[in-house]
Design a protein around this ligand. Sequence first.
Ligand code: NAD
Length: 253
Amino acid sequence: MRFEKKVSMVTGAGSGIGRATALRLAAEGAQVVVFDHQREAAEETARLIKDGGGMARVVAGDVRSSDDLREAVSLAVETYGGLDFLVNSAGVVTMHGLDDLTEAEWDWVVDVNLKGQFLAAKHAAPAIAARGGGAIVNLSTIEAMVVVASGPHCQPHYNASKGGVAMLTKALAHELGPKHIRVNAVAPGPVATTFSGADYTAPEVRQFLAQRMIIARAAEPEEIASVIAFLLSDDARFITGVQIPVDGGWLVH
Ligand SMILES: NC(=O)c1ccc[n+]([C@@H]2O[C@H](COP(=O)([O-])OP(=O)(O)OC[C@H]3O[C@@H](n4cnc5c(N)ncnc54)[C@H](O)[C@@H]3O)[C@@H](O)[C@H]2O)c1
């Protein structure tokens, strides 16, 4: 129960890594604000938390909206008395390279993935500081460091957005350090969610992963959530401004 009496807001908590993180934090005692633009998905996460004996409230909101994020932070303060942690997991991707990538698609992916993390931190940080400090974890990806996709699956907008997340993480760690707020990122390799549309059971995908990785499989979302929980916890009290790859060894080669 590392997070007893702690309050966490998790964006993108209706699915995948965000849901697994919300469940993990709640299982360790945290009260969770489940934030996602898909209301039913968010409510399902909250139901799973409550079924496990945990505490959760839902905000159906968009990470590109200051109003929605303000509402979520207010809900945390009014319902649970404050906010200690923010996990920025909401994210989107499309598989288009330069020729096919539209301006609208660029704006959507960069706004959700990068501006969304900035806005969530902007609204959450004052509440976290008011508690005397806490921690933020941003979802990056190995694609902030290397280009994973190739051929028809180029995604320069996604690479750029997550490269931005890597530096946003350092910039916020610097700025929020004096307020005792640590800011870190996790950079997963492939994770078995519906995010990219990849079928990780398909033989050609498995073969591709086997060539690239030391642990040759997609991660389960819980294997990312456990690292996020570590970074939020007191065990990581001397870690700030870093991006930790959780990638089955992808970046080794
Ligand atoms: N799955 C992977 O292979 C992988 C690998 C590396 C990094 N990541 C990163 O991890 C994060 C989570 O990915 P996932 O695999 O859990 O994806 P997912 O699609 O399962 O979950 C993403 C969630 O974000 C929500 N969301 C999307 N746009 C939103 C918006 N504008 N406002 C609020 N919520 C919004 C979705 O409704 C969804 O519930 C993303 O930031 C992604 O870039 C994923």
